[in-house]
Design a protein around this ligand. Structure first.
Ligand code: FMN
Length: 244
């Protein structure tokens, strides 16, 4: 039995589309990789072709290569970086997660990415020192490319205008001292892991909670992060600033 000539077809199945159409689609798919809007325009109006157009739009949509840089003391910013990465994978983008305290953060090869998202926790009224270091080293390049800051703090959980003002100041100081001007900023509420805190951290966290007029059980862990709002910010950043 002769093996079917599968030609140069794409590695995914095109259910119900005739062979000629498959060949045409393959060419279309290839050109869509370099010029997606022209490829979509060139697809005709018949039912089969509409199905083909849907296939091309879905399968060959250009994805974004995104670098996610984080620093974390208690783990919440690391969790945010990981879940933002999972969210990007679900949307067929290509994320890379980098710890700002690692040696690799000194040479992040920023030219390989379409955008950068930095996840930075606030402790003692300032963003993490490793984020300062990263922004000091790469701020100029970051400012020229689509870059976003996710600032993680307890102030973001309070919802009071004066606390929002304080969060903005943390970001202004980071930008002023490093020269990095992110194109988009999201204020994400963090978490308090009372069960893991030592005496000093528990005392600090309780003081903070009191100052912010929040009511929490100081014996339990509590996560304030609004995940839908966070993913919404990431999607918007990719659409508006990265164009993907
Ligand atoms: C010792 C300590 C100090 C903190 N200082 C601040 C602060 O000054 N302002 C603030 O908004 N949140 C503050 N927080 C809350 C943290 O921003 C929040 O716990 C965040 O989730 C920490 O991120 P990480 O888990 O990635 O380290 C503090 C938390 C701790 C434990």
């Amino acid at each position: 039995m002769m093996m079917e000539d599968r030609g140069i077809g794409p590695p995914w199945p095109i259910g119900g589309v005739p062979r000629d159409e498959q060949v045409r689609l393959t060419r279309l798919a290839r050109s869509a990789l370099t010029n997606p809007s022209r490829a979509r325009r060139s697809v005709g109006a018949s039912a089969g072709r509409r199905a083909a157009a849907r296939f091309v739009a879905k399968e060959v949509r250009p994805m974004a290569k995104v670098l996610i840089v984080f620093a974390s003391v208690e783990g919440q910013s690391e969790r945010i970086a990981g879940l933002v990465s999972d969210h990007l994978v679900r949307s067929r983008h290509v994320p890379t997660v980098l710890n700002a305290t690692s040696e690799a953060a000194a040479r992040p090869n920023l030219h390989l990415y379409d955008g950068v998202i930095v996840v930075a926790p606030v402790h003692h009224q300032a963003h993490h020192p490793a984020i300062y270091r990263f922004a000091n080293l790469h701020g100029e390049r970051l400012t020229k490319m689509p870059s976003a800051l996710i600032s993680v703090s307890l102030h973001a959980a309070s919802g009071e205008p004066e606390d929002e003002e304080e969060m903005r100041q943390y970001v202004d100081i980071l930008a002023g001292e490093t020269g990095w001007l992110p194109r988009a900023v999201h204020y994400a509420a963090g978490a308090l892991k009372f069960t893991e805190f030592d005496f000093f951290k528990r005392w600090m966290a309780r003081r903070l909670v009191k100052a912010l007029d929040m009511e929490v059980d100081p014996k339990a862990d509590i996560e304030f992060t609004d995940w839908p709002a966070l993913y919404g910010f990431v999607d918007e950043f990719l659409k508006v600033h990265v164009g993907k």
